[in-house]
Design a protein around this ligand. Structure first.
Ligand SMILES: [Zn+2]
Length: 315
């Protein structure tokens, strides 16, 4: 029975359904994050803690009235919004508000039958929705095919699902929230500790540390020695920590090499083609995700690269 449930076709169909949900997550998670950010970091902070103002501008300084008025206006707007979670309210067309019915929500098929348009107002639905569903389905099927019907395949599917969401959220907003990166770290450590994957627990823990540390060191070098603005965001460090935890430290050099090479080629290409402004930071998450994807599907090739380096650093 398990063999059947975790067979490539069955996991492929599960992947299509999960892909459909990932589209919702990519759409809603940044909205939820930004609402929190406005409430806590922007509006709430200015209202709630005048000491921060005094610390910055002197004990006698008072926050200007406009700041308080603006804070109240933002908080009032936030309170008027319909609460948003990953599951509620049900999906609607962003253009006309048409509620997506169950038969319009079938992965891939609905998009094709509706020819990529909202059934009520005809506004186009981005092909990205279709591509995310197809890619998730194919990757899940590939995991079943590569790793057989067992925990290794399921852990790989879960890691790939998280990487897909991280890649797209970072692409859209240059944002890698902890709510995505930390679960990947936990997944890797737990899976290794419970022997769900062939990765040893100590290798997974070292992978998390090496993944975080190598990007931290790169950022510190960039900032301190070259005196440039820190190019590495903490989200990137946590993401590579997660990839290292899932694959073991041996995979980190290979993943990073792939990510940096792809990032350099595609990033420079986009700037040359004029598709990306030079002064806007390029999100690194999508490239880390591609490196992680390669590491998950081809563990011996990507891990072998790091293992070959090990004698050089005396490990
Ligand atoms: Zn519509």
């Amino acid at each position: 029975m398990i063999e059947l449930l975790l067979s490539p076709p069955a996991l492929g169909v599960l992947g299509l359904l999960v892909g459909s949900f990932l589209n919702v997550v990519v759409h809603r998670l940044p909205a939820m994050y930004m609402r929190d950010w406005w409430r806590h970091d922007v509006a709430g902070f200015a209202l709630a803690d005048p000491r921060s103002w005094q610390a910055a501008f002197g004990a006698a300084a008072k926050p200007p009235r406009e700041l308080e008025a603006a804070s109240r206006a933002v908080l009032q707007r936030l309170d008027q919004l319909t609460p948003l979670t990953l599951l509620r309210p049900p999906s609607r067309c962003p253009a006309c508000g048409h509620r997506i019915k169950a038969h319009e929500n079938v992965p891939v098929l609905s998009w094709l039958l509706l020819r990529g348009r909202c059934s009520a107002c005809g506004t186009g639905i981005a092909p990205r929705y279709l591509l995310v569903e197809l890619a998730t389905g194919l990757l899940f099927a590939a995991c079943a095919w590569l790793f057989g019907a067992g925990a290794h395949a399921l852990v790989s599917c879960a890691a790939l699902a998280l990487l897909i969401v991280m890649a797209l959220v970072d692409l859209d907003y240059t944002l890698l929230p902890d709510s995505l990166t930390i679960p990947l770290v936990v997944l890797g450590l737990v899976a290794a500790a419970l022997h769900w994957t062939p990765v040893r627990w100590s290798d997974a823990a070292a992978g998390a540390l090496v993944g975080y540390g190598v990007l931290w060191a790169f950022g510190a070098f960039w900032q301190l020695v070259l005196r440039k603005a820190n190019a590495m965001a903490e989200g990137d460090m946590k993401m590579l920590a997660g990839i290292g935890a899932v694959l073991g430290w041996q995979a980190v050099p290979g993943v990073l090499f792939l990510a940096a090479t792809l990032g350099a080629l595609i990033g420079v290409g986009l700037i040359v083609l004029g598709r990306h402004r030079r002064d806007v930071p390029i999100p690194f998450g999508p490239y880390l995700a591609l490196g992680g994807l390669a590491g998950i599907l081809l563990p011996s090739a990507v891990g072998g690269f790091g293992a070959a380096l090990a004698p050089l650093v005396g490990l």
